[in-house]
Design a binder for this molecule. Structure first.
Ligand code: SF4
Ligand code: SF4
Length: 302
């Protein structure tokens, strides 16, 4: 099923220290509303079934996003908005924004929450926004971005105390988070599969992954193309026919790392996205894996 993260604008009213989107350039890029509307109609014709409005803070452009959600609803596309909740400063403003999103057909709200967000957005906003969703019947969840350190215990306790529906999301050390200290990883030998949600940027560049859109600059591994030159369907097909992109979803990064000769002891020290970058942002590794994808890699077992 085709889904996409839709970056209407990279503009944000916060400057979180862990922001992956800080890699995006330019920082204030915004799509033309008429073009965005046409793109979504074209996506509907190409069997896109889910759109997640993301990038900077989408609800800085509430009216525009509502218009785009309406087009999605008309075309049977499931919609999600990823927001930092800045607009839930009071119960009244929170209720008003949620009512407007529901009236236009939003399917789900994803509230971003972390200790870094709290330097800009009060955590009480997340509680108010979730309460408005519950009260008005909008599906929501809190995305709790964490480095799994003890420092975050208080954040998790806060979410539990308020009975919020939350999912821990591992911090990705890209963008501004690249500067943060990395606690050592301790996992078992997990497969490191990745669903690879594609991402469309405000400058109409499309990438195979929304979390690392502007990374992998040595090889351009995740870059699919630009809608100024290619059709949406062509870029989706490029992703779907890319042997290594598909193997990341089905075989996982661990087996591919093992194929390259990395020792198990070494592999377990990598976070998923860092392992991905090691494998595919090296010209040498990429060539080996590209050749192997057409021969013995798909059937290879450690
Ligand atoms: S993490 Fe989200 S809220 Fe924070 S600066 Fe980045 S886009 Fe804005
Ligand atoms: S593992 Fe690779 S494809 Fe998946 S989110 Fe991380 S960088 Fe993107």
């Amino acid at each position: 099923m085709r889904n996409i993260a839709f970056g209407y604008s990279t503009q944000c009213n916060a400057r979180c220290g862990h922001c992956v989107a800080a890699d995006a350039s330019p920082a204030t890029a915004k799509m033309d509303l008429a073009r965005a509307s046409a793109i979504i109609r074209e996506m509907a014709r190409c069997e896109v079934k889910g759109i997640s409005f993301t990038a900077g803070e989408p609800l800085l452009f509430l009216n525009d996003i509502c218009q785009l959600i309406r087009i999605c609803r008309k075309n049977g596309i499931y919609t999600r908005v990823v927001t930092n909740g800045y607009w839930a400063r009071s119960r009244e403003s929170s209720d008003r924004v949620i009512a407007e999103l529901i009236a236009n057909g939003l399917s789900q709200l994803r509230l971003s929450f972390s200790r870094w967000h709290q330097q800009y957005i009060s955590r009480d906003n997340i509680v108010r926004a979730a309460a408005s969703c519950k009260h008005q019947g909008l599906d929501y969840f809190v995305s709790f971005i964490t480095d799994f350190s003890k420092t975050d215990d208080a954040c998790e306790q806060f979410l539990r105390q308020h009975h919020l529906k939350f999912f821990p999301e591992p911090l990705i050390y890209f963008g501004r988070a690249g500067e943060l200290e990395r606690p050592p990883v301790s996992t078992d030998y997990r497969p490191n599969l990745c669903p690879m949600n594609p991402y469309l940027s405000p400058t109409l560049d499309m990438f195979a992954c929304c979390d690392a859109a502007h990374r992998f600059s040595t090889t351009g591994f995740l870059y699919l193309g630009n809608l100024g030159r290619d059709t949406i369907d062509a870029l989706f097909q490029k992703n779907e026919n890319h042997a290594l992109h598909q193997l990341i979803k089905t075989m996982g990064l661990t087996s591919m790392a093992s194929y390259l000769g990395l020792k198990a002891r070494e592999i377990v020290q990598y976070r998923k996205c860092e392992l991905c970058e090691k494998l595919f942002n090296s010209r040498e590794n990429l060539k080996i894996l590209t050749d192997a994808a057409a021969s013995d890699l798909p059937g290879w077992r450690r």
